[in-house]
Ligand binder design. Structure first.
Ligand code: PEP
Ligand code: MG
Length: 909
């Protein structure tokens, strides 16, 4: 017979899969000898069986009987007895915390007999009748599927009859009558009486908790948080202890350090004469732990001792729920606590200093996404704020703008220079222009994978999604939350890092962490408060440690000298991708236009010659900025039409001119060229190496500019290290032809300048064919750089520009993707090609240098994969360099996710 029920003293914290998070930690605390009310856990396996087969496992009844009897023997009381009865709480508890999503039933075991026993044992008749009516109410709602309204009406009637307005004014006799009324309500609605048999109550409650795994809100939550659908919940059956037995009782929550800031020192709330739910619901004002120390010094001292014990045991911040019953402290829950990104960094280094964890462990406990959050501009923490609503922190940043309710208004207002916050129930592809125009996005529906969230993150735009308390009337242009109305034109401040939204304008300040990353430790520490100083030092230490353990280098994608310098300050160890097409925009567009339009070889050579000096200048600046470090320069990649005017516009211009006489000769020629070069699928057309091979001199000119820039810098005593990279190669021959040309030009330039020049020539691997024939291509490549943007497009067969807005949100919603493959590498498909390409390439050329320069080079999950494949470096945008350094270090330690969630649900009271 499978073991489906565990006593608290039989499990431990490593059994979260089987016992759920709450159960495993209750078991752990019991093992530690802490005062946990005795109880047992029905496993997630039992739940999975129930969900799969629609009935409880056959053995379960018997196993529950055994566990219950042992529990009764341990505490010396019987469930629902008429003398000093045992009562239990029946609570859900899945592996991953799903706060408030599933059900709980308290006071199970109370009935018309045990109620008298409890009166005797507690000596508090009012408390007992109140507990009984709460049981009927909770049982009715959770187990019997009744509406809360049914009971609310009876309660209102009882108060009206007595002429009072609040529950606390009802005395024992009133509550006793209310119990009778509630029992009638149950019988009326359900056609059966409230079950008097304590065991039946328990069995039904267990089943109801299992059922609550599948409520709508639990399903939605799981989808949002990517919690597996089939994990199931455990059920914790625990001896009831009462925090509402008078002034010497109470209940509280506490943290062993401050989870919002990471400040050392305990932090928590206590409520006298109350039960657990009352603390969280915020109905009454809570006491601080200091006040608790005054009220009940003995319990406080014991709590402090336990907090220290738990923190030492878990070697981390613990979050604890406790109850005091007539001066006796009971531990009801603990877990490693959630925390903000700042707290994660600070606490990790504090624990290192306290010799509780190693630096490696500290590095495992922070993550790139947390560091990224710390780098966004923030709302000034000291500013006065008026909370408006709260949703999912969908895309980080701090945005302030005037509220608009539709895309057109967003575009119009933003067009005249007014920052706007686009507020919608949810967005769809038609809102795209408005989203681009807005500085921030707020929606009342949808989670982290909704259209708004996905698109906002893709654009790097601040967004809060699924603020469910918000009622948005897009017609009336008004949004209400908790009685506060916001209309079109009102100011809102949206914090995409925490999910909070405030009324009015909050001041935005630069992140002190960015100051540190850009300017170094000393300037960053200058003038900041102690909290920020500790944070900056923590980031510095953990980044330095990541640098010391990582084996992959981190380069940057930078096209200009200033970008390169910035990235270098952030720790980049070279350029992994310089996209040269950016050199041909602006004023220089006409120069490349002349190359494209040239009728003869002579005309084209002339146009190309004119391009040489400005390119050389750019390369010199770039190489000087990266002096001593490698700089991979990619030859021209995009289709030529991108350098020409818009086709439709040009057609209109020519047609108009013709109507009025004659069109300009230049325009007619241009239109002919545009027509000639027009492609239906330019992403798969004449671009990359194909272009270099059909437009003579185009790549040659770029190679010459690079070589001349390097020769000039060498002559001046610098140490330029350019590498030439060929895009979109699919066959060995393509690369061979470019390489030959490069070798010839570099030799010519070296000889003319009288310097030794060695410029490696490598290729991007961004087509499946290149990856699959890597063993051939490596014959001609000094290095490989995986262009995972194009490799994702070409492997999946979709073009990014078209698909992201069109159907990605739907795909995420339906679970086809868990994240966009453009954000996080599709390991199974695209990743396989990266793996094949690397291994095959190295088969031909042992030690072949391989890197990645697609967007994935800065994505934490993808970085861990690249480490496993054995790449030499990742390259990413300058701003993501610190994130990549941190994750490359963590990848060596083998930690995928930070040990603590970055999804922060901490609200300070
Ligand atoms: C890539 O395809 O991954 C890449 C880096 O090139 P681009 O994004 O410029 O096409
Ligand atoms: Mg590419």
């Amino acid at each position: 017979m499978d073991k489906l029920v565990y006593h608290f003293d039989e499990g431990d914290r490593d059994q979260r899969d089987l016992l759920g998070g709450k159960g495993a930690n209750l078991a752990e605390m019991t093992r530690l000898g802490l005062p946990v009310p005795p109880g047992f856990i029905v496993t997630t396996e039992a739940c999975r069986h129930y969900l799969e087969h629609g009935r409880l496992p056959d053995d379960l009844r018997v196993q529950v009987t055994m566990a219950l009897r042992k529990l009764e023997d341990d505490v010396g009381r019987r469930l629902g007895d008429s003398v000093d009865p045992l009562l239990v709480s029946v609570r859900s508890g899945a592996k991953y915390s799903m706060p408030g999503m599933m059900e709980t039933v308290l006071n199970v075991g109370l009935n018309d007999y045990s109620v008298r026993g409890l009166v005797e044992a507690s000596g508090d008749e009012r408390f007992v009748w109140d507990s009984y009516r709460r049981l009927i109410q909770m049982f009715g709602k959770t187990v019997l599927g009744m509406e809360g309204d049914d009971f609310a009406k009876a309660l209102e009637a009882a108060k009206a009859a007595k002429g009072v307005t609040s529950d606390v004014e009802l005395d024992a006799a009133d509550l006793r009558q209310l119990v009778e009324d509630f029992k009638v309500v149950v019988e009326d609605r359900c056609g059966r009486p409230f079950p008097q048999d304590p065991r039946e109550q328990l069995d039904l409650a267990i089943r109801a908790v299992f059922d609550s795994w599948n409520t709508d809100r639990a399903r939605v939550y799981r989808r949002r948080e990517r919690i597996p659908e089939d994990a199931g919940t455990a059920v914790n059956v625990c001896t009831m202890v009462f925090g509402n037995l008078g002034e010497t009782s109470g209940t509280g929550v506490c943290f062993t350090r401050d989870p919002s800031t990471g400040k050392p020192g305990v932090y928590g709330d206590y409520l006298v004469n109350a039960q657990g739910e009352d603390v969280v619901s915020g109905i009454r004002n809570t006491l601080s732990l200091d006040d608790f120390a005054e009220v009940d010094p003995a319990s406080y001292q014991e709590l402090r001792r336990i907090m220290r014990r738990l923190e030492t045991h878990y070697r981390d911040l613990c979050d604890i729920e406790f109850t005091v019953e007539r001066g006796k402290l009971w531990m009801l829950q603990t877990r490693v606590g959630k925390r903000t990104p700042a707290a994660a960094f600070r606490i990790a280094t504090q624990l290192v200093d306290e010799q509780l964890i190693t630096l490696d462990e500290a590095l495992e406990r922070v993550g790139g996404p947390q560091l990224a959050q710390l780098m966004f501009p923030q709302f000034d923490a000291d500013a006065e704020r008026t909370p408006y609503t709260r949703g999912m922190a969908a895309s980080p940043g701090a945005a302030v703008g005037k509220v608009v309710f539709d895309s057109a208004t967003a575009v119009e207002w933003a067009g005249r220079g007014e920052p706007v916050v686009l507020l919608r129930q949810e967005t769809n592809p038609e809102d795209l222009e408005g989203m681009i125009a807005a500085t921030g996005i707020l929606t009342s529906r949808g989670g982290k994978t909704s259209h708004a969230a996905v698109v906002a993150r893709g654009m790097g735009k601040t967004a809060v999604c699924g603020a469910e308390a918000l009622h948005v009337d897009e017609e009336e242009k008004v949004a209400r939350a908790d009685g506060v109305e916001v209309r079109e034109g009102d100011l809102l401040s949206v914090d995409g890092s925490t999910g909070e939204v405030f009324v009015g304008r909050l001041p935005v300040v630069a992140s002190p962490v960015v100051t540190y990353l850009e300017e170094g430790l000393e300037p960053a520490l200058d003038g900041v408060d102690d909290d920020n100083a500790e944070l900056i030092r923590a980031v510095d230490r953990l980044l330095a440690h990541a640098d010391s353990v990582r084996t992959m280098q981190v380069r940057t994608n930078a096209d200009t000298g200033p970008d390169a310098l910035r990235a270098r300050r952030m720790g980049a160890e070279g350029i992994g991708l310089c996209r040269t097409e950016h050199m041909f925009l602006g004023d220089r567009r006409v120069l490349i236009e002349r190359v494209i339009l040239a009728d003869s070889a002579g005309e084209r050579d002339e146009a190309l010659a004119a391009l040489l000096p400005p390119q050389r200048e750019d390369f010199e600046e770039l190489l000087a900025a990266m002096d001593g470090l490698p700089a991979t320069i990619r030859l021209l990649d995009p289709p030529l039409h991108e350098f020409l005017p818009d086709r439709a516009e040009l057609m209109v211009r020519v047609a108009r001119a013709e109507e009025q006489g004659a069109a300009a000769e230049a325009d007619v020629r241009l239109l002919a060229a545009v027509d000639r070069l027009h492609e239906s699928n330019p992403m798969l057309g004449l671009r990359g190496v194909r272009l270099g091979l059909v437009v003579p001199g185009l790549f040659g000119g770029q190679i010459r500019a690079v070589a001349e820039a390097a020769a000039h810098l060498i002559a001046e005593g610098h140490d330029p290290r350019p590498e030439i990279m060929v895009p979109l190669v699919g066959s060995l021959m393509e690369l061979h032809l470019v390489r030959e040309e490069a070798a010839r030009i570099v030799a010519e330039v070296a000889e003319a300048a009288g310097v030794a020049l060695e410029i490696p020539v490598g290729t991007m691997i961004e087509l499946p064919r290149a990856a699959l024939t890597a063993f051939r291509i490596a014959e001609e490549a000094d290095f490989f750089s995986f262009g995972t943007n194009d490799l994702t497009q070409t492997t999946w067969g979709f073009s990014r520009d078209d698909v992201e807005a069109a159907f990605f949100a739907a795909y995420l919603d339906k679970g086809v993707f868990t994240t966009s493959p453009f954000e996080s590498l599709d390991v199974d498909g695209v990743g396989r090609l990266v793996d094949i390409g690397t291994r095959e390439g190295r088969r031909t050329r042992p030690g072949l240098k391989t890197g990645v320069c697609g967007e994935h080079g800065g994505d934490p999950d993808s970085i861990h994969f690249f480490q496993r494949v054995g790449l030499d470096y990742v390259s990413c945008s300058p701003f993501r360099v610190p994130v990549a350094r941190l994750e490359a270090g963590r990848a060596v330690l083998g930690k995928e996710e930070a040990d603590t969630s970055d999804d922060v649900e901490i609200q300070r009271s």
